[in-house]
Design a binder for this molecule. Sequence first.
Ligand SMILES: *Cc1c(COP(=O)(O)O)cnc(C)c1O
Length: 356
Amino acid sequence: MKKVHNFSAGPCILPSSVIEGSADAIREFDGMGLSLIEISHRSKNFERVMDEARQLVKDILNLEDRYEVLFLQGGATLGFYMVPLNILKEGGKAAYANTGVWASGAIKEAKLVGNIDVITDSSASNHNHIPEMPSVDGYDYFHYTSNNTIFGTQYQYTPKVNVPLVCDMSSDIFSKEFNANDFSLIYAGAQKNMGPAGATLYIIDKEMLGKTGRKLPTYLDLASHISKDSMANTPPVFSVYASMLMLRWIKENGGLKGMEIHNRAKQELFYAELDRNSMFHGHSVPESRSWMNPTFRLNNEEHAAAFDAMWKEAGISGIAGHRSVGGYRASMYNALPLESVQVLVDVMKEFERKNG
Ligand SMILES: *Cc1c(COP(=O)(O)O)cnc(C)c1O
């Protein structure tokens, strides 16, 4: 296969050990004479996979005993609705930060459930920065999006609030050190930084549940999933398995600390070039830059065809920007090697030399 430098925003690049391990399990799983995707999810062999995946999340994040870990379906998109359904009290109120497309998606769905106040908002500047955090008190919870995948901004800190903290971490979970025990609920679609599409991770402080006064349908009830060890119905078997392999890879490569060292080096290399190069400018203000999804534009859009031809020739894939920002987005998830960032940086330098 030709070497491709995969900067896709999601589904994401995965380590070759995860791709190969997944392919092996598709052919034959665990010496059973059957494929992973044709065994019973109630078999002991698969129960071990689900248990290991949940345990790896607890280990990597150093979670206290009050947390449960689930691998469900529906993506973060269902989470936008399911989260308030489970923790926003009847007649209660939640606070949200609007920092981008996914954050406003979460707000829209939460409004179907109850009262929502948007307490901080960066939309007036096309979400080019993380807006200031006001003090937050008297709400059922505060919800934010730690990394804005489309606009390329990221919280550089965990917000301090006097209410339970809830976060959509779809595009930066496991990418650097943070204290997961500061949160009451974290959710994330697998396909940005943890595995293939299909599974959605929920990390829940059990104390949060059972307090809304609302009756929930079985699938949307987080407590019912907890009581069935994340096997209330048929789980997304393949995605859970591949995510389990990815979580093993994260642990073997130094856990959150290891990921932080690796991801810090990549973003430093990229942003140093962006700041030096006279042909480009970034979308995000420097203080809010995302380590995962740098967004940038040409100063002169007439050069687009020439630049596009150069990065394609270098084997780079997936850097076309999202339609709401334009320009380029070079996503640098956990599995992207530093070498790929170097290839992009070299192309940017060469482009400047020829066209600057
Ligand atoms: C991609 C993304 C989503 C949507 O996730 P799905 O799993 O496709 O529903 C939500 N939030 C963030 C931050 C994302 O990056």
